[in-house]
Design a protein around this ligand. Structure first.
Ligand code: CA
Length: 668
């Protein structure tokens, strides 16, 4: 997909070239001096009064728009040469009629050749596989009742519980019992059950109690052929093509441009109706292809960073690096996010390889979303796959999180501290008995803030706090990347039986769900799904990625543990403190604990909690451990791999025993 079609310059274009009025020189490659365009009418606007095309392409020598009746195939209905007043203006073409139902492409003449047709970079609807842009009336894409759709209530970011899922993983397996397997609409269907009668689909999410669903990339990506909906194709979707269009393979008809728009809205509406917010995974750091991308075919070179030799910079390890710091690119990203939040009512955005995006752009994203609704959540991977060509201090890297208030980063410190190194399959972490992980766990417990009882020199990766507040960190032990938790535990604890593995998983997730910050889990972990040991399952078949929902009955105790853990967090604000000051005031680590133990108290009715005091203790060792606790009577909330939210068992005294590889939670 690295090459693209070129064709000879027709005579008519030469005429356009000569009549084009070039008053202000624009030097090819002098990107910072390309005249930015601030109008909100890129690239097509339509109303009953007509259809207007506006293409931003300062270094094109000529440009055409082509009109089609079909999204793919068929003959050109009309080719119209675009015009511009001068080099500082975009290219324009106007049609007197409203071209609803038609499709279009642009093509520019640049450096002596016509570039391939492109739907443009800004289009909001396309035909199959995103080849041609579509002209639709968005008002007709709104599902019934859309005007009454509202975001479920959210007080603060630390109240969020994120469930990360891929549409196909979640509903493609026959055991999901879904009428729309692998589609947006799968999340609209209530009442689905596994063969054993357990809830699946949206009912399952509600039963589990998560507050946010994070859907893997669902804009139009390139690696799945939308024209073959019945073939078993799979991709995570980190290969963006049309950033502002939903992915066609998740719709029931990828050929009809309005269907995917309507069905994605129906999905959001259905989740909102169940009190669940929706987060979109966005991948503005790179595009699927380089020279043939919609960016390259409209304004060659401008949207990417380059090395000194002129070749594409590649901190994404996917072939290119989007130049977020350039004016039109920054505007593009900000407006794209804003568009998803407004048109699709999305509630959050997860930025892939956010460390490649510059800080100013992330600040602008936050500021623009604040105008819509400040409870829209923004977080990302605070790293890159390589070193970006812009200075590190200007990048939205994890270590710079404190410079970007209101934007959160994933904590790989806690993740690997708890389960072991992400890429070394057999590597162990705190929960699986590794020694020396205590400070990494403590770093996670406080939400990556500054806390006087942490020795940052002993934290695995970060030798300094990086958040201003716990609202800025995502705590997790697994996600779609790398081995999922079940596989990681199997690989690192080869002698453990299934029951023992689930014990380690419970300890690991208890650390995540009681830590200050925003907890995040990977779909299916709650029923102990696996990926058959495959790390990078981005294009693996369904037998690797699909969730077998029959596991819910066989691992029902595991599911109940997760559900109780989520209930515990939701019922007790002490685990959801929003500011660093509150954490430092209310959270104290218990000193002089044995090795492989981390224990702390949350005191003073932290966050307004009904419990005046809570003891949370984790024992990663293979033997029971004893710790000192504040003297008196305590309810046992969690012990030895079990949770009892009512705290019906009581203990008394100044010492407590934590069973091996488990969490102990006491309250009063
Ligand atoms: Ca696609």
């Amino acid at each position: 997909m690295k090459s693209f079609k070129k064709f000879a310059l027709p005579v008519a274009a030469m005429v356009t070239l000569m009549t084009s009025c070039q008053t202000v020189p624009v030097t090819e490659g002098d990107y910072d001096n390309y005249p930015a365009y601030k109008g909100n009418d890129l690239e097509m606007t339509v109303s009953e009064n007509g259809t207007n095309f506006t293409l931003w392409s300062p270094t094109a020598d000529s440009a055409v728009v082509r009109i089609y009746n079909e999204g793919i195939g068929g003959e050109v209905v009309e080719t119209r040469y675009m015009e511009r007043k001068n080099n500082n203006e975009p290219w324009r073409a106007a049609f007197d009629e409203a071209l609803y139902g038609k499709f279009y492409t642009f093509s520019i003449y640049h450096n002596g050749e016509w570039l391939a047709e492109t739907p443009g970079a800004y289009t909001r609807a396309t035909g199959v596989n995103g080849r041609r842009a579509a002209i639709i009336d968005f008002a007709t894409t709104n599902p019934e009742g859309w005007e009454n759709d509202v975001r479920p209530a959210l007080d603060k970011f630390t109240d969020i519980i994120i469930y990360e899922m891929h549409h196909r993983d979640f509903s493609i397996h026959a055991s999901a019992g879904n009428q729309y397997p692998g589609k947006f609409l799968a999340l609209t269907q209530e009442g689905t059950r596994s063969p054993e009668g357990e809830m699946t689909g949206i009912d399952h999410l509600k039963e589990l109690g998560v507050t946010h669903v994070h859907i893997l990339p669902s804009y139009d990506y390139g690696s799945v052929d939308e024209s073959r909906p019945d073939s078993a194709q799979y991709n995570w979707g980190y290969d963006p093509v049309n950033y502002n269009v939903p992915e066609g393979s998740y719709s029931t008809n990828a050929f009809d441009p309005a269907t995917r728009v309507r069905e994605m809205k129906q999905m959001v509406q259905a989740l909102h109706a169940q009190g669940i917010r929706v987060i979109l995974d966005v991948v503005y750091n790179h595009t699927y292809i380089n020279d043939g991308s919609n960016f390259s075919l409209t304004t060659p070179g401008y949207y990417y960073r380059h090395k000194e030799d002129g070749s594409y910079a590649d901190a994404s390890a996917c072939g290119n690096e989007v130049a977020s710091e350039r004016e039109m690119v920054r505007d593009y990203i900000v407006n794209s996010v804003k568009y998803w939040a407004e048109e699709y009512h999305l509630d959050g955005f997860r930025f892939d390889l956010m460390g490649m995006i510059d800080i100013e752009t992330m600040k602008a994203v936050r500021a623009e979303l604040d105008k819509i609704d400040p409870t829209i959540f923004v977080y990302g991977e605070g790293w890159a796959a390589g070193a970006p060509v812009i200075p590190n201090e200007e990048c939205a890297m994890k270590a710079n999180a404190y410079k970007i208030p209101g934007v959160a980063v994933f904590s790989d410190d806690l993740r690997d501290g708890v389960k072991g190194h992400f890429s070394q399959a057999t590597g162990r972490g705190f929960a699986t008995g590794a020694e020396g992980c205590e400070e990494s766990v403590k770093f996670g417990v406080v939400g990556a803030i500054e806390h006087p009882q942490i020795n940052y020199d002993l934290v695995n990766y970060s030798k300094a706090p990086y958040t201003n507040h716990p609202t800025q960190v995502i705590n997790y032990v697994s996600c779609h990347d790398d081995m999922c938790l079940t596989d990681k535990l199997r690989a690192s604890m080869p002698d453990a039986d299934e029951k023992a593995l689930q014990r380690y998983a419970r300890l690991a997730q208890t650390i995540v769900f009681t830590s200050q910050g925003v907890p995040f889990m990977f779909t299916g972990e709650e029923i102990f799904r696996d990926k058959k040991g495959v790390h990078n399952s981005y294009c693996s078949p369904d037998e690797i990625n699909a969730i077998d929902w029959s596991l819910k009955r066989s691992n029902r105790e595991q599911f109940d543990y997760y559900r109780n853990l989520i209930q515990l967090r939701k019922s007790h604000p002490a685990f959801r403190l929003a500011t660093a000051e509150e954490v430092r005031e209310h959270l104290q680590f218990i000193e002089n604990t044995p090795a492989q133990v981390v224990a702390y108290t949350l005191n003073g009715n932290a966050g307004g909690d009904e419990w005046s005091e809570i003891v949370v203790a984790f024992n990663g060792g293979s033997e029971a451990a004893e710790i000192e606790i504040p003297e008196g009577n305590w309810m046992v909330i969690a012990n030895d791999g079990q949770i009892d939210l009512a705290g019906s068992v009581k203990i008394e005294g100044s010492k407590a025993t934590i069973a091996h590889s488990s969490a102990l939670i006491l309250a009063r």
